[in-house]
Write a protein that binds this ligand. Structure first.
Ligand SMILES: Nc1ncnc2c1ncn2[C@@H]1O[C@H](COP(=O)(O)OP(=O)(O)O)[C@@H](O)[C@H]1O
Ligand SMILES: [Mg+2]
Length: 237
């Protein structure tokens, strides 16, 4: 479904990606791991069209997409939930969700159905339907950010650090939903510093180091890899 072939990308003079190669097949959940600054977010930004690679190529559903505008990619089902749960704090929960539907071009009728689906996944959000985004807790904002992504009808959902800054019990809830989304057929590429959680939902994973893919293995073998354990899993778990 997604093929990233040796991409490089820079922010002005700062080269963030040197050679990132990865693949995500239809129906899979794949984890992208790596230390802070390794290039995980930049990889997602480049895949979703926010940055243009200076080298390499990206294919989505069999077509070259590097250089394609993010608005167009969203309509084709490539949906990015960015780092830091960027919801609109001044808009209500339901307005934030409608924005997700709007980027897909959904009708009002479709959006109402989709909002109910999001509320069925995140019953906690329903109580806040007409409350502004800023009044939500960090965990609820993350749920809203994922919900808004789902409103855009993803074929491939790119999730950037959904566990960042959340309490352990909330992280469990968010990952339970990610598992459910994936079981319902959405393909997911998840970036996480919480490698342990990510590898429990993912089937396979990649490790990035300074803008380069250095490992590509099954989740099981990454979980038992001693170097990965030492670097990203806090030793034994
Ligand atoms: N907007 C930016 N401008 C300049 N450099 C950036 C910017 N965003 C990220 N970088 C740099 O690019 C590299 C990769 O960053 P990033 O993709 O955010 O890493 P990760 O998500 O793995 O923590 C880092 O060296 C970071 O400092
Ligand atoms: Mg990041």
């Amino acid at each position: 479904m997604l093929k990233v072939n040796g991409i490089a990308a820079s922010y002005g003079k700062v080269q963030a990606l040197r050679e990132v190669t990865l693949e995500v097949h239809q129906g899979e959940t794949v984890a992208l791991l790596g230390a802070n600054g390794a290039g995980k977010s930049t990889t997602l930004r480049t895949v979703s069209g926010l940055l243009k690679p200076s080298q390499g190529s990206i294919e989505f559903l069999g077509k070259r997409i590097d250089g394609t505008k993010p608005e167009k990619l969203v309509k084709e089902g490539l949906v990015h939930v960015p780092e830091g749960r960027k919801i609109f704090p001044g808009l209500t929960v339901v307005e934030n969700l409608y924005l997700g539907g709007a980027v897909h071009g959904s009708s009002m009728k479709q959006m109402r159905t989709d909002v109910e689906y999001v509320f069925s996944l995140f019953p906690e959000l329903k109580r806040f339907t007409n409350k502004p985004g800023w009044s939500l807790s960090g965990g609820q904002q993350q749920m809203l950010a994922i919900g808004r992504g789902l409103m855009a009808k993803p074929k491939l959902l790119l999730l950037d650090e959904p566990s960042l800054g959340l309490a352990p019990v909330i992280i469990q809830q968010v990952f339970k939903i990610i598992r459910q989304i994936s079981a319902e057929g959405t393909t997911v590429l998840i970036v996480e510093q919480n490698a342990y959680m990510a590898l429990r939902v993912a089937k396979r994973g990649y490790v990035l180091e300074t803008g380069k893919t250095v490992l590509s293995e099954t989740a099981e073998s990454l979980l038992s890899n001693q170097e990965v354990q030492a670097a990203y899993l806090g030793g034994r778990h």
